[in-house]
Design a protein around this ligand. Structure first.
Ligand code: SF4
Length: 109
């Protein structure tokens, strides 16, 4: 039987459940690493090893200046230069490899 007290309990449980469910994807996204075969990664030319960039397709990384571009020295890499991985804002703060690269690379100032 649903009386006022039970109704309020159900509402609290439903609300609490919704909060718990909404927190799960955020936690997963914050800790997981970007995969190179994801659509956004492919569109951005993201690779986990910058030496493997197809410079014909992404000429930004061609030549001497391009060869110095890595995630670890990109302005969007939220980590130290010697961190193996760190969050990248292009990928909603999911982890990218320090030795990786994508076409959104911007020099750290
Ligand atoms: S924006 Fe910078 S840190 Fe992020 S994937 Fe591209 S090169 Fe790496």
């Amino acid at each position: 039987m649903i009386n006022r007290r039970n109704f309020l309990k159900l509402g609290a449980k439903a609300g609490g459940g919704a909060l718990a469910l909404s927190a799960i994807p955020i936690q997963l996204l914050a800790g997981d690493e970007v995969a190179v075969d994801e659509p956004l990664a492919q569109a951005m030319g993201y690779v986990t090893d910058a030496a493997t960039v197809d410079t014909a397709k992404f000429p930004k990384r061609a030549g001497d200046a391009g060869a110095d571009q890595f995630c670890y020295n990109c302005a969007l890499y939220a980590g130290k230069a010697d961190d193996e991985t760190a969050p990248c804002s292009i990928f909603q703060n999911r982890l990218v490899e320090g030795k990786g690269w994508c076409n959104a690379w911007v020099a750290k100032s």
